[in-house]
Design a protein around this ligand. Structure first.
Ligand code: HSO
Ligand code: ZN
Ligand code: ZN
Ligand code: ZN
Length: 262
């Protein structure tokens, strides 16, 4: 399995100050084959402006990619917030630049988000989680502009509940429908290793869901640390690769200009 980190935020994301070159140097030092920058773009994030200045993002990242080309493969992607209230803007944005790779993530549902917590107001945990999975399903059905679904299970990082864990069984029908839709559309799924902070032995989502994706016929997986600082680049990637191998995956998938590398 190739060693990759396909989910990285730098100073081009509103919530990170990290220097992209330091990520590349750490990844080289730690023996990575390939990394992909995936800075944020959300069209309707309340409070925080998750904009992405493409006119400086591409020249900066392309120069770094070329500078380090004989040491590591560097791809230029985006973490695109999927949101059914902004379909046209999202599709136009992704089409407007030569992204290698697009993570589709659900951060906002009808102008409410999870980080500051507005989304959870007046909802039981069960209601909040069910709506999150239903909205995720709607997004994967609606959008075609992404390569992989980002951090399914992300919701368990947030919410005013002492026990934030997800009852997957209660939502298994919806989760299956999400996985089947991804497979039918030739889309992949990531394990986001930021989930290890919460889950200890797995990321977002857990390996039962990844195994289910495999059993249903899915073969497109990536792994990413969701780093916003250099220290976490590559963390738990090897744990995930081992688990992927055990499930039956032959390799991770990498992308160029939004198409699978062969
Ligand atoms: N960093 C999180 C959420 C967030 N942080 C919003 C600041 N504002 C999304 O990756
Ligand atoms: Zn972020
Ligand atoms: Zn995200
Ligand atoms: Zn992210």
């Amino acid at each position: 399995m190739r060693k990759i980190d396909y989910h990285l935020h730098t100073r081009f994301s509103f919530d990170s100050e990290a220097n992209p070159e330091s990520y590349i140097q750490k990844a080289i030092k730690d023996g990575f084959d390939e990394i992909c920058f995936t800075d944020h773009r959300d069209f309707d994030y309340p409070i925080d402006p998750f904009e992405l200045d493409l006119s400086s993002y591409f020249p900066t990242m392309e120069a770094l990619r070329d500078q380090y080309a004989n040491q590591i493969k560097v791809k230029i992607g985006v973490e695109m917030g999927l949101d059914t209230d902004h379909i046209q803007e999202i599709n136009d944005f992704v089409a407007s630049a030569p992204f290698d790779f697009v993570i589709g993530s659900i951060h906002v549902i009808h102008h409410t988000e999870f980080y500051y917590g507005e989304y959870f107001k007046n909802k039981t945990k069960e209601e909040a989680h069910k709506e999150f999975f239903l909205e995720t399903l709607k997004c994967v059905q609606t959008f075609d502009c992404f390569n992989i679904l980002g951090h399914l299970d992300y919701i368990m990082r947030y919410g005013p509940y002492t026990d934030k864990s997800v009852d997957h069984q209660a939502c298994q029908d919806i989760i299956d429908e999400i996985l089947l839709t991804l497979i039918k559309k030739g889309k992949g799924i990531e394990v986001n290793t930021s989930g290890y902070k919460v889950n200890k032995t797995c990321g977002f989502p857990n390996f039962d869901i990844i195994k289910r994706y495999y059993e249903l016929g899915g073969r497109i997986v990536t792994v990413g640390s969701d780093s916003h600082v250099v220290e976490t680049v590559g963390s738990h990637v090897e744990d995930v690769l081992k688990a992927y191998q055990k499930i039956g995956f032959e390799d991770v998938t990498t992308f160029t200009k939004r198409k699978k590398d062969s």
